[in-house]
Design a protein around this ligand. Structure first.
Ligand code: IFM
Length: 482
């Protein structure tokens, strides 16, 4: 029996929709959480604390209420693409359990609930006819957040492109600028009265590289030319969508998010340093610099010169957008070296497992708290960044449910280490004004399926019950209003 069948057989799928929220978790009056020597107030009274989630990773209900098919619905059903062939058909059943889950976020004393809208729920065919039931669903999410005193932060695109648009070339088709504009207009019109905080894209580096270069993620292409077109169209879209939101949403706070990691050479050799300079463009600079009006960093990464072939006369100008904030998403650091045999321009990653690092996560990522400080400092060097929000940081560990508890001390240590470094950067003048944990709930981790657990809340996928981990209680206590 697969997960879906087990759920259906047990009736849990329906049960999840009806269950009274407070029966799903308990909040002990007292617990043994020991807080660090820094305090919430050290970050400043306006600093925002939140969690981040994404539609495909939590919602489930993949065909409910007129939703269309996304590239992840398609890709996750192709045999062999995902660990254990798992998919997001049910995921955390957030579609039905959202009142409970948003209630948990409130009880953890968070300010912000970050989520993404699934394009295919709103426009099942990518463009054209609007699906009112999809609009209703996100209206309910937004209203539920506001009712609970949480500020809704909406990501427009967290990787679940409508399959019909992929069939027309997807991100490699310049029409994406129009398609995305239509989608952005819709979100601005329907939600902009209550949602003021928008992130346009989630981690363009990851979805373009893994989706179009390595083929590890949907839509699974491995084509450099396509990749370069995609880079340009994504960059055009991030600016155009910004302009639409600015014009349509009163008092909007507009940003976009970048996955970023400090890139360090394996040795001091000139070759390793050069390889890292190129990699730094791919990992950290490729998408932010066009938005800042700096164009593509082709002096450091000559491959990007080829993008000029796809550019139209005004594009350089249109790539610019004055974001109110930049979201940085950091998990680890990257160590790389030159290797003439490496397929990616002679750049080879030196993986954490081959470096004897003292501490790794389930994703085999090195735990390296200073990395977030260094990357914040690197981004703060750009002159025209107004504000930075850490829109994702977190760790997957091998959590064990013991009774109703999860003692994830390793995750608590992770947060203490990373937050201390965020504070260090802030004290040195980096304009960092928020920190969102990835993630509220354990969820579907793309090509890795369900085994990496990133949540502050443990999800038992068989029963769809939630259990607050010690790290969740840690935040609850750390964020408590005194
Ligand atoms: O799960 C992802 C998320 O979708 C994007 N940022 C990184 C997370 C952990 O890999």
């Amino acid at each position: 029996m697969n997960r879906r069948e087990i759920l259906q057989a047990s009736g849990a799928f329906l049960f999840g929709a009806m269950i009274a929220p407070d029966t799903l978790y308990s909040f002990p009056e007292e617990n043994n959480i020991i807080l660090p020597d820094f305090k919430k107030d050290d970050f400043g009274k306006d600093f925002l604390w939140g969690t981040a989630t994404a539609s495909y990773q939590i919602e489930g209900a993949h065909t409910a209420d007129g939703k269309g098919v996304s590239i992840w619905d398609t890709f996750s059903h192709i045999n062999g693409k995902i660990v254990n062939n798992e998919n997001g058909d049910i995921a955390c059943n957030f579609y039905n359990q959202y009142p409970n889950d948003i209630g948990i976020a409130k009880k953890l004393n968070l300010d912000v609930f970050r989520f993404s809208t699934a394009w295919t729920r709103l426009l099942p065919n990518g463009t054209g006819k609007v699906n009112q039931k999809g609009v209703d669903f996100y209206n309910k999410i937004i209203d539920q957040c506001l009712k609970n005193g949480l500020s809704p932060w909406l990501t427009l695109y967290h990787w679940d492109l409508p399959q019909v648009l992929e069939d027309k070339g997807g991100w490699a088709n310049r029409d994406m600028i129009d398609w995305f504009s239509e989608y952005t207009n819709l979100c601005a019109d329907k939600f902009g009265d209550r949602v003021k905080n928008f992130m346009i894209l989630n981690e363009p580096t990851i979805f373009s590289m893994l989706g179009y270069l390595t083929g590890k993620h949907a839509p699974g292409h491995t084509d450099v030319t396509k990749f370069l077109k995609v880079v340009h169209h994504i960059s055009m879209v991030q600016a155009e969508a910004g302009r639409i939101l600015r014009q349509k949403v009163k008092n909007a706070n507009i940003g976009t998010t970048y996955s970023c990691n400090i890139v360090q050479p394996f040795t001091d050799s000139e070759e390793d340093k050069k390889a890292c300079e190129k990699l730094d463009v791919l990992i950290n600079r490729m998408y932010i610099e066009p938005a800042l009006g700096l164009g593509y960093a082709s002096e450091s990464l000559p491959l990007l010169k080829n993008i000029e072939k796809f550019m139209q006369p005004d594009d350089l100008q249109k790539l610019k957008f004055d974001f109110d904030f930049i979201g940085i998403q950091n998990y680890t650091r990257i160590i790389a070296k030159y290797d003439e045999k490496a397929p990616l321009m002679g750049i080879k990653f030196v993986e954490a497992k081959d470096r004897n690092v003292p501490n790794m996560t389930t994703m085999k990522w090195e735990v390296y708290p200073e990395g977030i400080y260094l990357i914040l400092k690197q981004f703060a060097k750009y002159k025209n960044i107004k504000k930075i929000i850490v829109t994702e940081n977190g760790a997957a560990f091998d959590d064990k449910l013991e009774g109703k508890k999860v003692h994830d001390k390793n995750r608590v240590d992770f947060f203490e280490g990373y937050l201390a470094q965020v504070l260090r950067a802030k004290k040195e003048g980096v304009p960092v004004d928020g920190y969102f944990v990835w993630s509220l709930l354990d969820n579907y981790e793309w090509a890795e399926g369900y085994f990496p657990r990133f949540g502050l809340v443990y999800v038992d996928y068989k029963t769809q019950k939630r259990y607050i981990k010690d790290s969740g209680y840690w935040f609850q206590k750390f964020l408590k209003k005194r």
